[in-house]
Design a protein around this ligand. Structure first.
Ligand code: DX5
Ligand code: ZN
Length: 221
């Protein structure tokens, strides 16, 4: 299927949601036909911000049947895979820059029958994908420096996405390409044309009047 015909999957990030009313927020996302719920876990060390841990994810799980797309921005993801697996994560993604053995950590995730993702921060060379594509189910390309919602999309992320997609195609891999940070209605089409399968969108979805319309617009542009 060509890039233009393929429907893009949408993974709204709850980082911009009201954490005091998170059950309601994920229920609304389900009604709005999101494909996943993107959960940004930050440890205040790997990134200069703190969010939540596995307890929060397991509480979220009670409110939705949508798959939970857990993005770990933490220094030692290997120590927390079991907890996030027990919490009900459906995808667990951690960073190539984290302080752990990447291959072993991907294997820990897959051993729990969970999709394993590897994330690349904006300064990480895209060829790390060559190294790990056989051990991962998803590549998450950061299009902002991780840590905060509402940042501006970094322009060279289009060509980085295309390079990663080329590696995936060349290797005959089924790995999915997800992009995260600064996705909006103006750039979604160009991102999709760069070979991206899943768009993470925080502020674009949560600051819109109607999340259903916003998600459809992002998916069908
Ligand atoms: C940033 C997070 C993103 C971010 C997306 O570190 O990983 O998921 O919250 O939010 P927006 O779409 O507002 O850039
Ligand atoms: Zn994220």
């Amino acid at each position: 299927m060509s890039d233009t015909l393929r429907k893009t999957l949408i993974s709204p990030s709850i980082l911009t949601a009201d954490f005091g009313n998170i059950g309601e927020a994920v229920r609304k996302l389900e009604k709005a036909k999101a494909d996943y719920v993107h959960c940004d876990v930050m440890d205040g060390h790997f990134v200069p911000n703190l969010t939540f841990g596995s307890k929060f994810v397991s509480d979220l799980k009670k409110y939705t049947k949508l798959p939970l797309d857990v993005h770990l921005m933490i220094s030692r993801p290997d120590l927390y895979i079991e907890r996030f697996a027990d919490a009900g994560a459906d995808i667990i993604t951690f960073h190539a820059e984290a302080e752990c053995d990447t291959e072993e950590t991907l294997a820990l995730i897959r051993a729990r029958n969970i999709k394993a993702g590897i994330a690349l921060s904006p300064d990480t060379p895209v060829d790390v994908v060559e190294k790990y594509s056989d051990f991962a189910d998803l590549v998450l390309l950061m299009s902002v420096y991780p840590g905060f919602g509402g940042q501006k999309f970094i322009e060279d992320s289009y060509s980085r996405a295309r390079k990663i997609k080329d590696i995936i195609i060349r290797r005959g891999s089924k790995i999915l390409l997800e992009i995260d940070g600064g996705v909006n209605f103006a750039n979604a089409r160009k991102i999709k044309d760069s070979g991206v399968d899943i768009l993470v969108a925080g502020s674009a979805v949560f600051s819109s009047e109607d999340m259903g319309v916003a998600i459809r617009k992002l998916a069908e542009c």
